[in-house]
Design a protein around this ligand. Sequence first.
Ligand SMILES: Cc1cc2nc3c(=O)[nH]c(=O)nc-3n(C[C@H](O)[C@H](O)[C@H](O)COP(=O)(O)OP(=O)(O)OC[C@H]3O[C@@H](n4cnc5c(N)ncnc54)[C@H](O)[C@@H]3O)c2cc1C
Ligand SMILES: NC(=O)c1ccc[n+]([C@@H]2O[C@H](COP(=O)([O-])OP(=O)(O)OC[C@H]3O[C@@H](n4cnc5c(N)ncnc54)[C@H](OP(=O)(O)O)[C@@H]3O)[C@@H](O)[C@H]2O)c1
Length: 317
Amino acid sequence: MSNEIKIHPEIIYPDVAINLYKPNNPVEVPVVENRLATLEVSPNIIRHITLDVSGTGLEGNIRSGQSIGCIPEGFTERDGKPAKVRLYSVSSPSRGEDGKPNLVSVTVKRVIEEDHDTNNLFLGLCSNYLSNLTPGDKLKVTGPSGKRFVLPENAGDFNYVFFATGTGVAPYRGMISDLLENGFENQVALIFGSPYRTDLLYYDLFRELSVRHDNFHYLTSISREGTRPDGTKPYVQYQLLDSREVLQPIVSQKNTLIYVCGLKGMELGLFQVMAREGYLDYLRIDDEIRDKPPSEWVVDDLKKRIRPSERLFVEVY
Ligand SMILES: Cc1cc2nc3c(=O)[nH]c(=O)nc-3n(C[C@H](O)[C@H](O)[C@H](O)COP(=O)(O)OP(=O)(O)OC[C@H]3O[C@@H](n4cnc5c(N)ncnc54)[C@H](O)[C@@H]3O)c2cc1C
Ligand SMILES: NC(=O)c1ccc[n+]([C@@H]2O[C@H](COP(=O)([O-])OP(=O)(O)OC[C@H]3O[C@@H](n4cnc5c(N)ncnc54)[C@H](OP(=O)(O)O)[C@@H]3O)[C@@H](O)[C@H]2O)c1
């Protein structure tokens, strides 16, 4: 590592546009592309959907790390009320999909579940509505929303470690592209977790970036195709142990920021491994819990007693 920084630089938070369009005044835009985001067909159907926001306030005003709201127009919720807005992380870079500021993409997983009480098939309302759209169809959107996941204004002062499970990788597609396509010289690692290899999202893109950029490290954690030697599933947090030679030199730098996005359940296990590995700068641990071994932490502790420090950004749902 070239950047031996002992004190981390101040994070300069950028000014970003927020809520230009709200649920009571959404903007209607056409879909221009809807394709699979996986290389192969997978039981987990995840689609890359691109919208043309030309001539709207969204054009050039969405930063990667933000989300947009999508409204399944004409549908109703289970209680009979009009369908509400759902948020989707923007997966295009800040300069727009393919460098075009009028093109904005999202990465949508079809929610297909079985209701175990009734044995009935349940299809998520908005995710399936979006996945069924074809080029030329119109969609009502809101946003942009969120600012905490937007890269700092002084992005080049930091290294980045991005942890993702499933569609949690969506914001990183744009963020990593923003960094690497702008001559970024520090270190970036992406640790992506999915059930099977067929669920690897944007595999081609990340592989190609890792070949082209020595400072980009792409690690995958496939949870259902094998176990670790101790019998645990190869979840993303264990890359801190299993790929220590890659990650330790980055995570232990004072100018490294960690981002976590995806399943709510990933937070506890990741925090436990981080604490066990001594990466305590990323966590604010209350005194009352300081003597409790990380292995005994429970989800309830995360609510009040173990929070992210200013170098850790978490968006899990
Ligand atoms: C900030 C943010 C960013 C997000 N980014 C993304 C993203 O990039 N990509 C993405 O795919 N998702 C993302 N999401 C999730 C997304 O907003 C939606 O929640 C998701 O797509 C499901 O919406 P839906 O309308 O398809 O499902 P809904 O119809 O809202 O159902 C949601 C859940 O309710 C339960 N449920 C409801 N009705 C029934 C029933 N009758 N029987 C059984 N179960 C039922 C199911 O567990 C189901 O999974 C994000 C969420 C947030 C908050
Ligand atoms: N901005 C945001 O906040 C944002 C953006 C995008 C997505 N999301 C959310 O991210 C979630 C992604 O779900 P998905 O269905 O796309 O994921 P998925 O394809 O099911 O992949 C999730 C992976 O994480 C593993 N996993 C399960 N529990 C874990 C744990 N405790 N710790 C670490 N890894 C764990 C799973 O393993 P096993 O299943 O084998 O156990 C699986 O390999 C959704 O809930 C979505 O709403 C949030």
